[in-house]
Write a protein that binds this ligand. Structure first.
Ligand SMILES: *Cc1c(COP(=O)(O)O)cnc(C)c1O
Length: 493
């Protein structure tokens, strides 16, 4: 059943003169009229065209709107690569404690000691989990962490007097990798993936010379595979004087089990909003802390949080630093939640997170591969990529059709058409927070859908307020300004 009222704009509910509150007339006379208090051009000629709606209508409007989307609190959300695990409410509660919530970055350092200690300790945790000693919490998201680390690499080579112009990454990489490389001023080169999903070493070697600054690798990869050649790759790149960047978006699979610094990485980012259960979606905020090897420490953004005999303080004076990449200390709200998550789980708990994430993904893989082929999938890490290409050939049903139909059954759609190396890709990441019953229900629903008629699937979803928006037009030509329909304009006058 489509919910019509919830699709109306608040402006369309407006009726002239309706109010949430009526303010009683002031009992005192204004000493001077408003016009004399404000400079002439600061006064609007007419009041802003705000909707006039009573309180119950406003509350119903927004409450209804809040139920139209899917969320980790309402639905299974197997969005591959994004790690949409359930976020424990405990972290929300802790992050809302007044001592954490009500501090301001402009307060004097002496009065921010608790927050600085928390952030300092968090840096130590991140360093320990990464196996890389130097940390910056500043970047605002994973992609921003990539950019920051590549700027650190550029500064390092500049200081060494080396001209290195290229950044390489496999074709299965997230789109942010080439984008970050370009933005940091490097030329980007794509390295092929072999049919088994691992990096094509011959192709990599054919591009390795002293013009290569960084090889970026996502390990485990976006195909849900751990590339066991990673140490060998690191040796090859290091032999040419290059650096290894680990895209840490998939750390959920290896927390407490393998450390990037131990398998050859010189730099990495975390996505705390993925791995450490920060809330995400709807555009943020996220965070993208980076960890780097000791030789790169001097180039990290400032201010750095340092500890001395007087306590914690912010150090600005680092001549080799690339400077600031984000205001204040980064997205502290997300970082505090990551701190709570790490402290709550402890070292053993984090390891269990990874083990259960991998176990859940393999359980689901074992079921899904009988429904849709999984090209690289005998075993997987925290996620796997099924392919809808056979179904497309035999029935004309696309990965998009399957994803859209899942919404009708109360499941958030998996990631589709990524990574680009798998045709009709359907990327499924169940995460560790889901029960066996949920995974079973998802698999049997997927099975049922593949049996449904192509016509039904092409038109799906059938139960949501909006069925298939034009996503390209929505991104390219967003309607950001509301223009009243003619009949409403009449009503307003
Ligand atoms: C999510 C993701 C990114 C980008 O991270 P953001 O926090 O969204 O900027 C980069 N690489 C991979 C593999 C990812 O899954």
């Amino acid at each position: 059943m489509r919910n019509h009222r919830a699709t109306q704009l608040l402006f369309e509910l407006s009726k002239s003169g309706r109010r949430g509150v009526k303010i009683p007339p002031a009992g005192v006379l204004a000493e001077r009229p408003l016009e004399s208090l404000l400079p002439g051009d600061a006064l609007a000629e007419s009041p802003p065209p705000l909707p006039e709606v009573p309180e119950p209508e406003v509350v119903r409007h927004f409450t209804n709107l809040s139920t139209l989307n899917m969320s980790v609190d309402t639905h299974f959300y197997p969005l591959g690569s994004c790690t949409m695990k359930y976020n424990s409410k405990r972290n929300e509660r802790l992050a809302s404690l007044p001592g954490l919530l009500d501090v301001h970055p402009y307060q004097p350092e002496e009065s921010l000691q608790g927050m600085l200690q928390l952030l300092y300790d968090l840096e130590q945790f991140f360093a320990e989990i990464a196996g890389l000693p130097a940390v910056s919490l500043q970047p605002a998201a994973g992609a921003h962490g990539e950019l920051t680390a590549l700027m650190v690499a550029a500064a390092y080579y500049r200081e060494q007097g080396q001209q290195r112009t290229k950044v390489l990454a496999p074709d299965s990489a997230h789109g942010t990798n080439p984008a970050s490389a370009q933005m940091a001023g490097f030329e980007f080169v794509t390295i092929k993936t072999r049919p088994d999903g691992t990096v094509d070493l011959e192709h990599l070697q054919s591009h390795l010379d002293d013009s290569v600054a960084v090889f970026m690798i996502t390990n485990p990869s976006t195909l849900g595979l751990f590339d066991k050649q990673v140490q060998e790759i690191a040796d090859l790149v290091h032999a040419q004087g290059g650096l290894i960047y680990l895209d840490g978006a998939n750390m959920n699979a290896i927390l407490g089990i393998a450390r990037p610094g131990d398998f050859g990485a010189d730099m990495m980012h975390y996505n705390p909003h993925k791995t450490f259960s920060g809330p995400h979606g709807g555009g943020g905020p996220g965070a993208g802390p980076i960890c780097v090897a000791e030789k790169l420490r001097a180039y990290l953004p400032t201010p750095a949080i340092v500890k001395d005999e007087r306590g914690y303080r912010l150090e600005e004076d680092r001549p080799l630093s690339i400077g600031r990449v984000r205001s204040f200390f980064g997205n502290v709200g997300v970082l505090v939640r990551a701190y709570c998550y790490i402290r709550t789980h402890g070292p053993e708990g984090l390891k269990q997170v990874a083990e259960n994430a991998v176990l859940n993904a393999n359980y689901l893989l074992a079921k899904v591969k009988h429904i849709l082929p999984v090209p690289h999938g005998e075993r997987c890490m925290h996620e796997f990529v099924a392919s809808g290409s056979e179904l497309k050939k035999t029935k004309g049903v696309s990965a998009m059709d399957l994803a859209k139909r899942l919404l009708d059954y109360g499941f958030h759609a998996p990631t589709v058409y990524f990574p680009l190396t798998v045709p009709e890709a359907i990327m499924i990441e169940p995460t560790e927070t889901e029960s066996k019953e949920t995974l079973d229900a998802f698999a049997s629903t997927l099975f049922r859908i593949t049996d449904e008629s192509a016509d039904l699937l092409h038109e799906a979803p059938h139960t949501t307020v909006v069925s298939r928006p034009d996503e390209v037009a929505a991104a390219k030509y967003p309607t950001l300004k509301w223009t009243p329909a003619p009949e409403l304009r009449n009503d307003a006058t």
